[in-house]
Design a protein. Structure first.
Ligand SMILES: [Zn+2]
Length: 171
């Protein structure tokens, strides 16, 4: 799925347990972290094709990023590691579903990479540009707005706090 959809999934799930601003920011990062393997695009199309959807989309990458979370956060260390692992696996699942290559061809996840190149896929997903991805993103935006009203916080809380303040100023 698209990166903003992954980031939004991290925001929504990061609002379930009682976390602080930095932890919620991390949740947004963790939810999109597998796509760091797509940064090869700045080098070449070949690097993108070789690394994307492979190096960051496996259990070892989830383990490494979860261990980093446990190292960074002093409070709720275990919770943050578990949240990171869950969010990265949610990313894998979302990609299996909504990132088909086109013409009904799945884009599988090499979950055991680098130990195995076996690809795992479902055959009932859809393409990246399909309407389902936009509906899912739309539902997530509605939930984000509900959180913004009820909990008075948005994904801007750490990224653009002054902008968020302005949002609530006129109430
Ligand atoms: Zn991905």
């Amino acid at each position: 799925m698209h990166i903003p959809t992954h980031v939004l999934s991290g925001w929504l799930i990061g609002n379930i347990p009682p976390l602080n601003k930095q932890q919620r920011l991390w949740c947004m990062f963790a939810a999109a972290a597998p796509d760091l393997d797509g940064l090869g695009i700045v080098i070449s199309a070949q690097a993108y094709a070789d690394y994307h959807h492979i190096h960051g989309h496996n259990w070892l990458a989830a383990l490494v990023i979860s261990a980093i979370a446990a190292g960074i956060f002093r409070s709720q260390r275990v919770l943050m590691a578990v949240m990171t692992c869950v969010l990265m696996h949610l990313h894998f699942f979302m990609d299996m579903l909504g990132s088909f290559r086109g013409a009904g061809i799945p884009w599988g996840i090499k979950y055991n990479f680098p130990f195995s190149k076996k690809s795992y896929a479902v055959d009932w997903g859809w393409e990246l540009g399909a309407w389902q991805n936009y509906v899912i993103t739309g539902i997530m935006i509605v939930i984000m707005i509900i959180i913004a009203i009820k909990a008075r916080r948005t994904p801007l809380e750490t990224l653009a706090p002054s902008l968020e303040k302005k949002l609530y100023k006129n109430e």
